[in-house]
Design a protein around this ligand. Structure first.
Ligand code: MGD
Ligand code: MGD
Ligand code: SF4
Ligand code: MO
Length: 810
């Protein structure tokens, strides 16, 4: 959309001409002059109408500005960014919201919206509540906190994972340790920490052992213009980074500009390859390590590996660079060639029956990857959200390492792409006096068997073992209490026992399945009912942030998180320490002032409020570990050796000292291992199909899941290959039951060749809707997933499941 009524300033921001209209003061905000082309057409008497910049702050990997058209105090429709020329080459791109953000109005005014504070009167999960006043709710919470602190201490208080509003600044829900709840609890003696997250628990640890620094970085998507070949493992930006000015936009524009061929390795023909002339290589879930080992075999045998790179930058490729502590023949090359402990050469014929990819296709992949330079190797986060995702994520990196593509333009590291954001001073959460931490995924265990959990068995950090179980849960902007955490029936049984976890407080906008398990429910404001900065606008070369202003008054009796925490702080005797005498608006101004002091290029607060979005194009592509590549002595990596660790001594030590569940493997090398509920688990006799989840365009996890038009636009179905469907008498559109030992779901089948035979796929995030006989008619995949943690990160293996499918009688 070209701007006609406003002039453009540098970077394509709208400068509002004074003649464009008068600024009408809103309570707590300033409305924008009316200039929308669409609205002009619809309504020429626009004096009573305002357009207010807001934002979509959910956890979808993007962040989008929304322009709320408000009439008589009601949002009547939603538009998105209309600034700039929308020209990629000029790095002046409109950050256009996806179908979800554009339907935010329907989420705000949804019949499921929470209206008043509630107190549970039925059993947990039953959804029976009575309306109470805010004062009553606060009294209950404060009394419970005091009792639990006295009886168990602060380590019994837990802040559950929740990303519903991670894009906010005041409203920021994730990381939990940086939320306002954390600030409040830090002023009240602290709480039990968690490390890791549901998104990246395994890769964060896996790639830390390879590249160091806690995280594996990749080149920016914009750098794909320099690539000659792009190889992606389970990466689906078309569905998981949907913002128009965000990452998928940079991906598409860059790939279109380069001559690079794209190869997608994924059990599903995902939306990123769909409709493009790309090569799809389907494989069995959880077998990427076998494929990669066989590609490595071909590359070694054909001399396609970059030996000088391996010698100079890496530890443990061959005997030359193996650490002194490592046993003989424990290097990667020996493992691949069959000279290691298992005496098995990882030939394409060895890999074929494991991953289900024909040996000649594997050979061809090896040739393409080994002989085309530069080659960008990328992974999404799907293959690491698995039973041994730590090893799988390290294996993908091996392809980039063997070919010497790390640290160069057009290359990559095997990690996911990096993005850039504009540094912003965050709301200070203060310091937690408690240092003990569990993995984000182990909280149900910490309720049920907390004092049995140890450092070497369960990954407890900061202490050898937990001293107390979890007794109090804060659940702010999260649906992980039920919907998004694995094995709903197990969670249900644990939470139903009110003697174990004694108090659950849910702060949300909607009556979610998690809210139904709360003892106290507090109705929060949506982003449209308050002002906040929306941060971390994700883009390759054009980071941005948004001023999300208050568009409408609070609905019903809902209160914002800042007010809720301030009110509770008052009752806890720490009001002054919590607020520091500032209102929410005061904090926004304060944080922005601190940010601007570090970054004087930013517009002043009022200008920012009016222009809504600030974009900052960056000229250079980001190349991960570029400095290390140039000079590894002076720019060492964060690993103990300062080099890329193919063989990790740290992992070798952990493998020897931790107590692992039978069948779990931690290994110093990225080797292929069997794991629970994999393709070779004997349990397949009973449950023969591998079930993977995926993140779906009609929702952000469960958020937006109750919006009717979105449900209609992209329906939940179980993807099944015709071979698997027809052998079970299932036709496209039939209703089916999916089940395993943990639960059962009823849903419609989508019979499609877009899925690997033997594998079925179900989108994650659908709203759990049990029908009284424990069958989930809502088709929430977590009815079927497992709480068995991954070996190293103790993280969620939610894409690793065995199931069976049967047709349901019509
Ligand atoms: N099986 C399976 N499970 C998964 C995954 C998977 O791939 N497969 N993915 C996992 C991943 S990667 C993640 S990140 C998690 C995500 O799990 P969650 O962080 O729980 O994400 P959502 O389901 O979107 O829940 C966010 C909640 O915040 C609420 N919310 C939205 N806006 C606001 C607001 O302004 N204020 C308040 N108070 N609440 C708000 C929403 O109503 C919703 O209840 O799920 C994990 N679960
Ligand atoms: N629309 C939308 N976008 C989102 C979200 C959302 O809920 N909705 N959630 C956001 C969040 S919090 C996150 S963490 C990211 C998640 O981003 P990802 O984790 O990358 O997304 P997924 O869809 O879980 O997985 C990506 C792909 O991996 C494939 N895959 C699964 N198992 C394997 C395997 O063993 N090997 C290989 N090679 N591929 C495999 C899946 O089929 C899928 O196509 O998405 C973000 N974006
Ligand atoms: S869900 Fe994500 S891509 Fe869609 S509008 Fe919201 S922030 Fe943008
Ligand atoms: Mo995530």
């Amino acid at each position: 959309m070209k701007m006609t009524t406003n002039s453009l300033t540098r970077r394509g921001f709208i400068k509002l001409s004074s003649a464009a209209g008068s600024l009408a003061a809103l309570a707590g905000g300033v409305s924008l002059p009316f200039f929308s082309r669409a609205a002009e057409k619809n309504d020429t008497t626009a004096a009573d109408k305002q357009v207010v910049w807001s934002a979509c702050t959910v956890n979808c990997g993007s962040r989008c500005p929304l322009r709320m058209h408000v009439k008589d105090g009601e949002i009547i429709f939603v538009e998105t960014d209309n600034t700039g020329e929308d020209d990629y080459d000029k790095q002046d791109v409109q950050v256009r919201a996806c179908l979800r953000g554009r339907s935010l109005r329907r989420r705000i005014y949804n019949p499921d919206r929470l209206k008043y504070p509630l107190k549970r009167i039925g059993a947990r999960g039953e959804g029976k509540f009575k309306r109470i006043s805010w004062d009553e709710a606060y009294d209950e919470i404060v009394a419970s906190l005091a009792r639990i602190r006295k009886d168990y201490g602060n380590e019994a208080i837990y802040l559950n994972y929740g990303t519903g509003t991670l894009g906010g600044t005041v409203t920021k829900s994730w990381p939990q340790g940086r939320s306002l709840i954390a600030r409040l609890m830090n002023l009240n003696g602290g709480y039990l920490n968690h490390y890791g997250d549901y998104s990246t628990g395994q890769i964060t640890q896996g790639l830390d052992y390879t590249y160091g620094g806690g995280w594996g970085y990749g080149n920016s998507f914009s750098d794909l213009v320099n690539a000659k070949l792009v190889v992606q493992f389970g990466n689906n930006p078309a569905e998981t980074r949907m913002s128009g000015g965000g990452l998928v936009h940079h991906y598409v524009e860059s790939v279109n500009r380069s001559d690079a061929k794209v190869i997608m390795i994924d059990p599903r023909h995902n939306d990123t390859v769909a409709g493009r002339n790309d090569q799809w290589v389907p494989l069995r879930p959880g077998t990427d390590t076998a494929l990669i080992s066989a590609i490595a075999y071909e590359m070694i045998c054909n001399d396609w590996v970059d030996q000088p790179f391996l010698d100079k930058y890496c530890v443990g490729y061959d005997a030359k660079s193996l650490p002194a502590s490592a046993p003989k023949n424990s290097d990667y090359k020996s493992y691949i060639l069959g000279k290691g402990e298992d005496n098995t050469a990882k030939t394409p014929l060895w890999a074929e029956p494991i991953c289900g990819i024909p040996a000649d296709v594997i050979k061809d992949l090896a040739k393409q990857i080994g002989t085309t330079k530069p080659c960008a190797i990328l992974q999404g986060w799907g293959l690491q959200r698995t039973a041994n995702g730590e090893i799988a994520s390290r294996a993908v990196a091996m392809l980039a390492i063997l070919t010497g593509n790390v640290g160069i333009n057009g290359g990559g590291t095997g990690a996911r792409e990096s993005d850039s954001s504009i540094p912003f001073v965050r709301f200070p959460a203060l310091t937690n006096p408690v240092e003990t931490a569990i993995s984000h995924f182990m909280w149900t265990d910490a309720i049920a068997r907390g004092t049995q959990m140890t450092a070497t068995k369960d990954g407890v950090r900061g202490k050898d073992k937990l001293d107390v179980p979890i007794k109090f849960i804060w659940n702010y902007a999260g649906n992980c209490l039920i919907n998004q955490h694995s094995d709903i029936n197990r969670t249900d049984a644990i939470l139903k026992n009110e003697k174990d976890c004694e108090m659950i407080v849910v702060i949300d906008n909607h009556m979610t399945s998690s809210a139904k398990y709360a003892d106290i429910v507090l109705p929060d404001l949506t982003i449209a009912e308050q002002s906040d900065f929306a941060m971390d606008g994700k883009a390759a070369n054009m980071p941005y942030f948004i001023f999300a202003d208050k568009a409408i008054e609070p609905q019903f009796e809902s209160r914002g998180i800042y007010q809720i925490c301030s009110d509770l702080a008052k009752r806890l005797g720490v009001e002054q320490e919590f607020t520091e005498g500032r209102t929410q608006e005061g904090w926004l101004r304060h944080l922005y002032q601190l940010t601007r002091a570090n970054d004087p290029m930013l517009p002043d607060f009022e200008t920012m409020r009016q222009q809504g979005i600030y974009k900052r194009p960056v000229k250079e592509h980001f190349v991960a570990y570029k400095d290390f590549r140039k000079d590894p002595i002076n720019n060492p990596l964060g690993t103990p050796s300062g080099k890329i660790e193919i063989y990790s001594e740290r992992l070798a030590n952990i493998a020897q000292s931790w107590e692992l569940t039978e069948g779990d493997v931690i290994h110093p090398l990225p080797v292929h291992v069997s794991h629970a509920e994999g393709y070779d688990d004997p349990l397949r006799k009973e449950y023969p199909l591998q079930l993977v989840g995926f993140h779906f365009k009609s929702r952000t996890h469960s958020t937006y899941g109750s919006v009717d038009v979105l449900k209609g636009a992209a329906r939940d179905t179980l993807w099944m290959n015709p071979l698997d469907a027809h052998s079970r008498g299932v036709e496209n559109g039939d209703r089916i039951r999916i089940f395993n030992g943990r639960g059962e779901i009823h849903i419609e089948a989508k019979v499609t060749p877009r899925i690997m035979p033997g594998t079925v796929a179900l989108s994650q995030g659908a709203w759990y809707a049990p029908d009284g006989s424990k069958v989930d008619q809502g088709a929430c995949i977590n009815t079927l997933t497992s709480q068995r943690p991954s070996p190293l990160a103790k993280s969620n293996p939610q894409h690793t499941n065995l199931v069976e499918v049967q047709a349901l009688q019509a």
